[in-house]
Design a protein around this ligand. Structure first.
Ligand SMILES: Cc1ncc(COP(=O)(O)O)c(C=O)c1O
Length: 487
């Protein structure tokens, strides 16, 4: 009989609860001494705000508990974190997992340190999240950019296909892809793994958006053969903001190598509260996750069906694309309705329904296990009405530039990052090599990365992105100037 990896116990949650129940008064950090925990009234007051600083701090640090000297002792004698990580690893089909409080950003950096290294060549999807770029700078890996196929009509990236990585670059040691993507495309990870392994390469998958896939039999990237996978627990599932897990399987990246890379990038003052929310999420998924997930997927599919009836609206999904698509993403393509996605997102934000990302042509929303069927139904009615209210003349699509960047690479991101630099006007920078990145956020894919030649098109695209949203991670938020490599 096969081993059932489902395990509803949650060792780290139990340790967290026990530590709270002990009502410790530590002679060590944290500096707030746990005084704002619910029910603490050591000063003889029932009123936590009367404790020094409580009026501002009580609600914010109420649940804070460190891992070291909190949920466990200074020597981690209880081993609760390791137990919780082992349960996650088994559950998603991996050999070893590490919980992270630096988000999938830390997971991607960790993966590139573990699988790459100075002057080791790694094939990276150019539409990757900026954390891949950070991983390249920190690890010193030398990127070979690969470009996903772009949907001819919707202008959205379809992900990297196995054929496009077949035997192309002799000395490439690893391939980095994102699945699902921000907009919901799911890659053929099995095919990519087969191709990578045939060429003895490591497959790294940024599955930041796909934590739920790990709980659907046969759907997670680890189960599908990837060697190292990062997953945000706070995106598709229920962990605290910043929580993520990096998991390995197979011998290409062994546990020690993963540990070394995680320990290089991790804080030494980890929050047990954040980490316990990962353990709780896994245990909840093992308990009732199957039904809740099925219900959320059903609700999303009903929303798609309701929206598909809006004249001119394209609901991007598996049926529309002929390729796998994230079952919890609601991605709408708008040009034929005349609705401007940015204007639609603004109205939704004002009424308290922020969306993941919007550009003129498209808008992306995420449904989770905690969105009840009634909410989903009401929301699809609301969206239908809003689309009708904002309807305009059908227009030609204006695909977002950031999915289609094909840069001239002059230096590696690391070489450009550490090179001497000077600041000049962005408008005067055509022909120079950028020392920094310009990254519309969301979705966090760089329009321009360190080491890339600045072109008239990218200067125009940066200005346009700045008109409709935030361009982040550049040194001049006004977008007037740029730091270029001082050759
Ligand atoms: C594809 C992708 N990878 C990684 C990240 C980073 O995730 P986190 O915010 O958990 O650090 C994001 C964030 O949006 C993302 O979209």
């Amino acid at each position: 009989m096969g081993h059932d990896p489902r395990e509803t116990s949650a060792p780290l949650v139990d340790a967290w609860q026990r530590a709270r129940a002990r009502r410790m008064h530590p002679l060590q950090v944290p500096g707030h001494k746990g005084r704002f925990a619910d029910g603490r009234d050591d000063l003889g007051s029932d009123d936590l705000p009367s404790v020094f600083g409580g009026d501002l701090l009580a609600d914010l640090v109420r649940d804070d508990l460190p891992m070291q000297g909190g949920a466990d002792d200074n020597a981690y004698t209880g081993g609760y974190l390791a137990q919780a990580e082992a349960l996650w690893a088994v559950r998603v089909g991996g050999d070893h997992a590490r919980f992270l409080v630096g988000g999938s950003t830390q997971g991607n950096i960790t993966s590139l340190i573990a699988a790459g290294g100075p002057e080791r060549r790694v094939a990276v999807d150019r539409t990757s999240h900026r954390s891949a770029l950070a991983g390249l700078v920190i690890s010193g890996s030398d990127p070979v950019w690969v470009f996903p196929e772009i949907h001819p009509e919707f202008g959205l990236p379809l992900g990297v296909r196995p054929e496009s990585i077949a035997g192309l670059w002799g000395d490439v040691v690893a391939v980095f892809v994102t699945s699902p993507t921000y907009v919901g495309m799911v890659s053929d990870v099995r095919g990519l793994a087969r191709q990578c392994h045939a060429d003895n390469r490591t497959l790294i998958v940024d599955q930041a958006w796909g934590a739920h896939l790990g709980f659907m039999p046969g759907c997670g990237a680890i189960e599908q053969g990837a060697d190292i996978v990062t997953t945000s627990v706070h995106k598709a599932l229920m962990g605290y903001s910043q929580t993520a897990v990096v998991t390995v399987r197979g011998g290409r990246i062994d546990a020690t190598r993963l540990d070394r890379a995680v320990d290089l990038t991790a804080t030494t003052s980890t929050s047990a509260t954040l980490l316990a929310s990962i353990d709780a999420t896994r245990a909840v998924m093992d308990g009732h996750g199957e039904n809740a997930l099925a219900s959320a997927i059903e609700s999303t599919s009903r929303m798609r069906a309701a929206l598909r009836r809006v004249p001119g609206l394209v609901v991007v999904d598996e049926g529309e694309l002929g390729q796998a698509f994230d079952p919890l993403k609601l991605t709408l393509w708008l040009p034929r309705t005349g609705v401007n996605g940015v204007a639609l997102a603004d109205v939704l934000w004002e009424q308290g329904n922020g969306v993941e990302v919007a550009d003129v042509d498209s808008i992306v929303m995420t449904i989770s296990l905690l969105d009840e069927p009634e909410f989903c139904e009401e929301t699809s009615l609301m969206l239908v009405a809003l689309l009708e209210r904002l309807r305009g003349e059908p227009r030609k699509p204006a695909p977002a530039a950031l999915w289609q960047v094909v840069p001239e690479v002059v230096l590696t991101p690391r070489a450009a990052y550490f090179a001497p630099r000077r600041r000049i006007r962005l408008a005067d920078a055509v022909g120079e090599v950028s020392a920094e990145q310009f990254c519309p956020y969301p979705p966090g894919v760089p329009l321009l990365a360190p080491g890339e030649r600045i072109t008239a098109e990218v200067v125009r695209d940066i200005a346009e992105a700045g008109r409709i949203g935030r361009v982040a991670y550049c040194s001049d938020p006004t977008l007037e100037s740029v730091e270029v490599v001082d050759a």
